[in-house]
Ligand binder design. Structure first.
Ligand SMILES: Cc1cc2nc3c(=O)[nH]c(=O)nc-3n(C[C@H](O)[C@H](O)[C@H](O)COP(=O)(O)O)c2cc1C
Length: 236
């Protein structure tokens, strides 16, 4: 198969797209099963087929496995529990939460914490769960996505498409993923270990591996609002 077309017949392709879109969920418990480097390279090549404004392909990806993955996790988990100072490389969430977004965020939080056995108000439990992010939820492979800051908002749209293409491609290969924006606030540690330039902004991390199908947390299905709530048709 070359990079310009898929060898999958049309009907099977439609089914595989459906399965990838509806099968994908954020995975928060991974098996220790290894992922071959060649598979990650292939997924990144597929993700690179994502569209971008004027074909600028602004995404930059750093893949960590083995020693570097462990080093990053160790240092960031330690910084997290030590309450070390950190900073946001960009504003991810709104400065003030409001409806309807607040309710959606809360619902996810309650459902997630319920599945990992953290009671409402259990700050220590929540802190432990946050630390699990920095362990890539035990996935063997971590990815960090960055952009050159001067490339403007178009690059952020393009990177979103790239990441989603990567996640769907991984799903199609029987692998699981979880976006890990949680890493952004420790961007200085990531930058030091992975050599991000001063002009680069760390946008997001990601865990990649095989899902632990027995883990309760992986049974969480984040609900979606119905079509009519987010769309309008002007159609005759
Ligand atoms: C850019 C991005 C960053 C994310 N960062 C985190 C994260 O740091 N920790 C986490 O547990 N989930 C993270 N998620 C997962 C979202 O919570 C999840 O996509 C959302 O709740 C919808 O659930 P689903 O992916 O299972 O469909 C992230 C998702 C995206 C798209």
């Amino acid at each position: 198969m070359d990079a310009t077309h898929s060898a999958i017949p049309e009907e099977a392709a439609a089914q595989s797209v459906d399965a990838a879109i509806f099968g994908r969920r954020s995975c928060r418990a991974f098996l220790p099963t290894e992922v071959p480097r060649a598979t990650v390279e292939r997924l990144l090549e597929w993700a690179g087929r994502a569209p971008s404004g004027s074909n600028t392909q602004p995404w930059k990806v750093r893949v960590v496995h083995g020693t570097m993955r462990q080093k990053l996790s160790d240092e960031i988990v330690a910084a997290h529990f030590a309450g070390a100072p950190h900073s946001e490389p960009y504003q991810y969430y709104p400065l003030a939460w409001r409806e309807p977004y607040l309710a959606r965020r809360r619902k996810l939080g309650f459902e997630l914490y319920a599945r990992v056995g953290i009671a409402r108000g259990d700050k220590e439990g929540m802190s432990r769960q946050l630390a699990r992010n920095y362990l890539f939820f035990d996935a063997p492979v971590g990815l960090f996505f960055s952009l050159d800051r001067d490339q403007g908002q178009a690059a952020w749209i393009d990177l979103g498409g790239f990441m989603q293409t990567f996640m769907l491609a991984a799903q199609g290969m029987g692998l699981a993923t979880c976006g890990l924006q949680a890493f952004a606030k420790f961007h200085k540690i990531v930058a030091r270990h992975l050599g991000l330039g001063a002009e680069e902004v760390l946008v997001c991390g990601m865990a990649l591996g095989f899902a632990d199908a027995q883990a309760e947390v992986n049974r969480l299905v984040a609900e979606r609002v119905p079509l009519a709530e987010f769309s309008q048709f002007f159609w005759d």
